[in-house]
Design a protein around this ligand. Structure first.
Ligand code: ASP
Ligand code: MG
Length: 455
């Protein structure tokens, strides 16, 4: 047996490291930041990944809009309220005047950087730089707070190791080698802090992993160092069986497989960024969803261990457009679907659901943007109909199709809801239904009652 010593040594050095990611609401106020500082200051060796303070990224988006318009008055107005909210946070977070002054000087640095973009034409590169300020700020505030508390931590800047390639996919090799280099240089350190969401692109410019991308950062890091687990801390105790914003009673799910969690995250459970499942699944690192308000609660464990053959949750995703292509040429022909799929590929639009009959194919896409160029090309192959404002309801569990009862329970629960498309059997974990958005609330309520006996 060949044993790779170098590999083993560096692996065992990180082997028990965990990743803890805290979302915007978990760092949303001085009080929350203090709670995070208490949570992370134990003896486990870890990397803490932070989002921006909740609301910040949205404010930066507004500032960017004003910057594009070169509307200096609007930019100044937005920066003033941005600054005063952070000044209040700083006031409440720190004990000593010295720390407050340090924090304020960080804040002014970020604000002046944004302000400097009012001087000439605003570019997409600058736009992404502005968006990065939220995570840069939250991480430096947490670090200052930790140092005021006497907790030793080291900031490892995401812009020094997180990179995406020309396809906007994480550059695994780059992340792994740079992260390991940074950690190797700090063998005594237990607590590392870094920024979620932000990264560099293949030009080396500041970029990001798209909105909600801090979860993705956490699992990319987890995979890169072979962490023992990735914890995602939010303000709810794990994934729930249904959308708590819509139905009154929901309950947290103890365990999900990576596949089940991926379906739920993609189809509407806002708690986890869908891409973040991939790196964790690939490296088989459990992802645990925890609640900062109730750290004692078990949360949801996402791993390759299944907890049984039953329906675990339902979720719904709005903003779906249904497209139907009807063609006599499809009848008894082969290659028709390939041609249709190629059109979607050329337009880089991904398909969520698909059902076919002998003369028609119905598809859904997760977009309400201008689909006209796509539809124009599809018309070469048949009659095309488009319907907006649709909603996919997704029912997730394990081996749904191999159990006798679930399908009957699903359809029985939804007897009053017109079903536009049904996708069953695509995976063992999912049944998807397309309905008009107006029935979304009714459908989720009916399923809550019919599948989970909750109302
Ligand atoms: N701050 C970013 C956002 O609001 C990233 C994140 O929070 O995950 O989208
Ligand atoms: Mg999030």
């Amino acid at each position: 047996m060949v044993v790779d010593n170098v590999h083993l040594t560096s692996r065992s050095f990180f082997i028990n490291m965990i990743i803890q990611k805290f979302g915007g609401t978990s760092v949303g106020s001085a009080e929350r930041i203090k709670a995070v500082a208490n949570l992370i200051a134990d003896d486990t060796r870890k990397i803490v990944v932070l989002s921006a303070v909740s609301g910040t990224t949205n404010q930066l988006v507004q500032i960017n809009k004003a910057l594009y318009k070169q509307d200096k008055v609007a930019v100044e107005g937005l920066l003033t309220s941005f600054e005063s909210a952070y000044n209040q946070l700083i006031q409440d977070l720190f004990i000593s005047e010295e720390s407050r002054l340090k924090a304020k000087s960080h804040l002014s640095g970020h604000i002046n950087h944004i302000r400097s973009f009012t001087l000439d034409m605003f570019t997409p590169f600058e736009e992404r730089t502005v968006l990065a300020q939220g995570e840069l700020l939250s991480s430096s505030l947490l670090q200052l707070h930790l140092s005021e508390k006497g907790v030793k931590s080291v900031l490892i800047p995401a812009l020094d190791f997180m990179r995406i390639d020309q396809n906007n996919e994480p550059d695994e090799w780059y992340v792994k080698s740079n992260l390991n280099r940074l950690l190797d240089a700090q063998q005594e350190t237990k607590l590392f802090v870094t920024q979620g969401y932000i990264c560099r692109n293949h030009f080396g410019e500041v970029d990001n992993l798209k909105r909600g991308g801090s979860d993705y950062t956490a699992s990319i890091i987890g995979a890169a160092i072979g962490a023992s687990e990735v914890q995602i801390w939010t303000d709810i105790d794990g994934m729930h069986n249904n959308d708590p914003r819509i139905v009154e009673k929901t309950r947290p799910i103890d365990r999900l497989t990576f596949d089940e969690a991926a379906e739920l995250a993609y189809f509407g459970a806002k708690i986890l960024h869908p891409s973040s499942i991939l790196p964790a699944r690939k490296s088989n690192i459990p992802v645990i969803l925890k609640n900062t308000m109730h750290p004692e609660k078990p949360g949801t464990v996402i791993s390759n261990v299944s907890s049984g053959n039953f329906i675990k949750a339902v979720a719904a995703k709005d903003g779906i457009t249904a497209i139907k292509i009807k063609s006599d040429r499809m009848f008894l022909a082969y290659g028709f679907l390939r041609k249709v799929f190629e059109v979607f590929e050329r337009h880089r639009i991904s398909i969520d659901m698909i059902t076919t009959s002998e003369v028609a194919v119905s598809l859904t896409v997760d977009s309400e943007e201008d689909l006209e160029p796509l539809l124009e090309e599809l018309r070469l192959y048949g009659m095309v109909e488009k319907e907006v404002d649709q909603c996919i309801v997704c029912i997730v569990g394990h081996m749904i199709q191999e159990e006798p009862g679930p399908a009957a329970r699903i359809f029985e629960s939804l007897r009053n809801v017109p079903l536009r498309m049904i996708s069953y059997g695509g995976s063992k974990n999912n049944v998807s239904l397309l309905i008009d958005k107006q029935y979304k609330v009714e459908a989720l309520k009916a399923l809550n009652q019919g599948l989970f006996q909750l109302n």
